[in-house]
Design a binder for this molecule. Sequence first.
Ligand code: SF4
Ligand code: SF4
Length: 156
Amino acid sequence: MVFTCRQCGTCCMYLGDYIVIEKQTGLFTFACESVSTGTPFVAVIDEDKRAIFSDHSFPDQHPHACRFLRPDGDLVRCTIHRDSPAQCKYYRCVVMRISDYAGTQIGYVTGNLSLHADDPGLRAVWEEAEREIPLRHPDAEHLFRQVLEAHGYRVE
Ligand code: SF4
Ligand code: SF4
């Protein structure tokens, strides 16, 4: 599936400890650190999001959310889209939705190839595939998909 971010903000709701503002250096400019990689970066609030960023009620109500997350109508958006760290830019919350033979979705796979499913049969198939396919294989996503389809699952 081609991944399209719906800008729901769910993945950023608990990243306040990972994307950290070290210092405000200008009206809309911040010295930051991506804690998980130990990478410093400069963030300038996107020009078209400065109005929503200036309303601090959302971060006040959600202390664990990333400090740069803000609601915008029906969306919950990153206000530093241009300057956000690479792991944010390339994050994909769903790359496969897995259904059983009846068409009922029973699991999904994230961009780092983690299965989220309770179904024991699906979990067993996935774990067996994990023993065979190195996650760093350049075609790993496609190979996992082939294994699932060979076992009768539908993958979108
Ligand atoms: S990547 Fe994050 S913001 Fe985008 S759809 Fe997935 S959970 Fe929502
Ligand atoms: S920098 Fe943007 S994409 Fe990254 S966690 Fe914060 S709000 Fe989400």
